[in-house]
Design a protein around this ligand. Structure first.
Ligand code: LLP
Length: 410
């Protein structure tokens, strides 16, 4: 936890809105999930899902702890490469991959999880890879919100499991003999049994496909999805239990299908950085009308989750303890009425310039921010054992203008 007096200091020195990440918490999360899984199944490889947090200093910390990376775009590949992940530790999992995406993935990643049978055709038009892996939709999925359910009949991702054999047979017919298999069925799940259930499902698909082909997979990837509590009513995911249940189903099925110790891959994003980041913002205006509104310099352009999913974040005004609590609607400055972080929230009576803190913003915070309404991207700061070690300043309107014209020239 970053001490409040340091946050106050940071807020005075750097402009808001800004994301602040706790380096030690990130290291702790990396260690916790890696230890839990490797204790039960030593051949586990943990890939950080870069889409959750793309801050270069954060990626460097994660690479230093020994984790691998999972990327979903050419930019994420370049970033992972620059931040210390060797090619052997970079995996690519996209969807509806363009030939350009696949060319980048071939250059920067050692493993590609293909989203579809047609993706294999696009890839092999310029290169037949040594190892082929498909993202399988196992027919089930679950997530914190409808928008983050990525498996099941309504998900746009992956090869339906009924078509899995055909997908691998196509690759086999091209001469490929080394295989992996992948799934990602949903995000922000807190229930250990769910992970056991999806593992069992994928193992059966793998068992069927690879026994029929007469080969064994080199790796089996169960994706990410390990949730974090956002409210006081939720508790932390029992990651030990998840690892124990997943590994036991994994090992049992490896025996059943005669797979010789394949690598078990997992791809946590939120679990690694979610609770290690906060968003600091300042009040820019207050209004009393049909309802009371408190407007902030952060908006749906800085933190999209509440507007997009109705996501809840704990919001505090920790520097304003002495005043009585009042009800307000906390919003940003974007010209959309979904730009409301919380309705009827009880907070100290805030004034212009006061600081507001959003908890658990280390995943899908900055990476989902935008320049909408011509607003700058927020700043990013890393605090490492009490020291401010990295600062990306908030963009200025002039820098945004420059970027805009550069894009037009190229
Ligand atoms: N692997 C793949 C292929 C993914 O698509 C994702 C996330 C992950 C791993 C990491 O999932 P995690 O462990 O973080 O749940 N924007 C949403 C979350 C969308 C997740 C999309 N895929 C949110 O703010 O809750």
């Amino acid at each position: 936890m970053i001490p409040l007096n340091l946050l106050q200091e940071i807020s005075e020195k750097y402009s808001t809105p800004g994301y602040i990440y706790d380096a030690e918490k990130i290291r702790e999360n990396c260690t916790k999930i890696t230890r839990a899984f490797t204790r039960h199944y030593p051949s586990t490889v943990v890939h950080f899902a870069v889409k959750a947090n793309s801050c270069p200093a954060v990626l460097k910390i994660i690479a230093e702890t020994g984790l691998s990376a999972d990327c979903s775009s050419p930019f994420e590949l370049l970033l992972a490469n620059k931040c210390g992940f060797e090619k052997s530790k970079i995996m690519y999992t996209g969807n509806y991959e363009s030939p350009q995406d696949l060319a980048f993935a071939t250059e920067y990643a050692s493993i590609i999880n293909l989203d579809d049978i047609t993706s294999l055709k696009r890839l092999t038009s310029f290169k037949v890879p040594e190892v082929v892996s498909f993202r399988i939709n196992p027919g089930i999925g679950r997530g914190g919100f409808e928008g983050v359910v990525t498996g099941g009949v309504d998900a746009k991702f992956g090869v339906p499991y009924e078509q899995a054999f055909k997908a691998y047979q196509d690759a086999y017919d091209l001469g490929v003999r080394r295989f992996g298999i992948h799934m990602m069925t949903g995000s922000n799940n807190l229930e250990p049994l769910f992970f056991a259930e999806i593992t069992e499902k994928l193992m059966h698909v793998a068992g069927d496909v690879f026994s029929r082909l007469g080969v064994a997979p080199e790796y089996i990837d169960i994706g990410g999805g390990f949730g974090i509590p956002y409210s006081n009513a939720e508790s932390e995911i029992d990651i030990e239990k998840v690892a124990e249940l997943v590994s036991s189903r994994f090992i049992e099925n490896c025996k059943k299908y005669h797979f010789q110790t394949p690598i078990l891959r997992i791809e946590p994003g939120r679990y690694i950085t979610g609770n290690a980041g906060i968003l600091l913002s300042r009040v820019t205006g207050k209004k009393t009308g049909y309802r009371n509104y408190t407007g902030l310099d952060a908006g749906m352009n800085s933190l999209l989750r509440p507007a997009l999913y109705g996501a809840f974040h704990r919001i505090e005004a920790p520097f304003k303890k002495e005043t009585p609590l009042v009800k307000t609607n906390l919003c940003g400055r974007i010209c959309e009425n979904s730009d409301i972080f919380a309705r009827d929230i009880l907070l100290p009576d805030l004034e212009e310039g006061d600081l507001v803190l959003f908890r658990d913003c280390g995943a899908y915070g900055f990476t989902m921010s935008s320049n909408y309404n011509g607003r700058p991207l927020p700043s990013e700061i890393v605090v490492d054992r009490g020291k401010v070690t990295y600062v990306r300043k908030k963009e200025t309107p002039q820098e945004m203008l420059k970027k805009h014209f550069k894009e037009q020239e190229s």
